[in-house]
Design a protein around this ligand. Structure first.
Ligand code: ADP
Ligand code: MG
Length: 265
């Protein structure tokens, strides 16, 4: 019987190990990571500081090459930065001497795809983020949450198929963070993006993700995997946090994470 080949995952990590090597030593940041992210899925990687979360995003984005194993996007091995991937960092890295508009066009300039149509798309995204009126303002005139929204627009303006988010809320106050979580999920669903969010905040991961992978440290490995029930993952993060089964789920995963960190799992 002939077998129908299964379609490749949007992102696949196959036995990925990564060492940081210097002239004096080598440090194993992550080891034996297997991960599959389907198109349109929102996956969260959660784990303590130093467990290799940023390293995994650098590997997916092609900024780092794995020491062993393979990283595939749409079934093809990643060999460098790809236009399919947008990477949003913890810090917004807006240029203070450029206006908001000039900041959101920056990625278009770098990729050599700036034209009237792509500029209009960027401005449309700015409008979706309710920031149109700040088009000619400078970053220093904006709050932390607004700056992160600008950084998101700049990343999405290049129309990546995959969005990598490295602790994008960690510098924000709680209320701003909750609002931004909803806005990001709404925007990514509307534009049908695949996303990987890295966080050390377990409740954020459960509220936002379709799937949550928990990493343990030294070297980073996946210690457990949770598929968030549809009743929760179909909601917006703010509603998800208020769902009656949220805290039970949180406690279950919390225990697993503690066991992972203590090394009892
Ligand atoms: P996380 O994002 O989970 O906090 P990282 O991926 O940044 O973790 O780092 C994982 C481990 O690798 C840490 O112990 C860190 O000190 C180390 N590391 C990260 N980047 C480098 C580097 N460029 N050179 C050497 N070690 C590094
Ligand atoms: Mg990090």
């Amino acid at each position: 019987m002939s077998q129908v080949p299964s379609s490749p995952a949007k992102i696949q990590l196959h036995h990925v190990t990564h060492l940081y090597v210097s002239s004096t030593n080598a440090f194993m940041a992550v080891q034996g990571i297997d991960l599959r992210v389907e198109e349109g899925e929102f996956v969260c990687l959660v784990g303590p500081s130093g467990c290799g979360k940023t390293t995994l995003l650098s590997l997916i984005s092609g900024l780092e090459q794995p020491t062993a194993g393979k990283v595939l996007i749409d079934g093809e091995e990643v060999r460098g930065a790809s236009r399919k991937v947008g990477y949003m960092l913890q810090q917004d890295y807006l240029f203070n001497w450029r206006t908001i508009e000039e900041n959101i066009f920056l990625g278009l300039d770098i990729q050599g795809i700036r034209n009237r149509e792509t500029e209009e798309y960027a401005l449309h995204l700015l409008n979706e983020m309710e920031l149109s009126q700040f088009r000619h303002a400078y970053p220093s005139q904006l709050s932390g949450g607004m700056r992160q929204r600008v950084a998101l627009v700049r990343t999405l303006a290049c129309q990546p198929e995959i969005l990598l988010l490295d602790e994008p809320f960690s510098a924000l106050d709680h209320q701003t963070k909750l609002k931004l979580e909803d806005l990001i999920i709404l925007t990514l669903r509307r534009h049908k993006k695949t996303a990987v969010l890295v966080t050390h905040d377990l409740s954020e991961a459960i509220a936002m993700g379709d799937k949550v992978y928990i990493l343990s440290r030294n070297p980073g490995r996946i210690s457990s995997e949770l598929e968030v029930p549809k009743t929760i993952s179909a909601l917006l993060p703010f509603q998800a946090r208020n769902h009656e089964s949220f805290s039970e789920l949180f406690h279950k995963v919390w225990k697993e994470m503690e066991a992972a960190i203590d090394g009892t799992k």
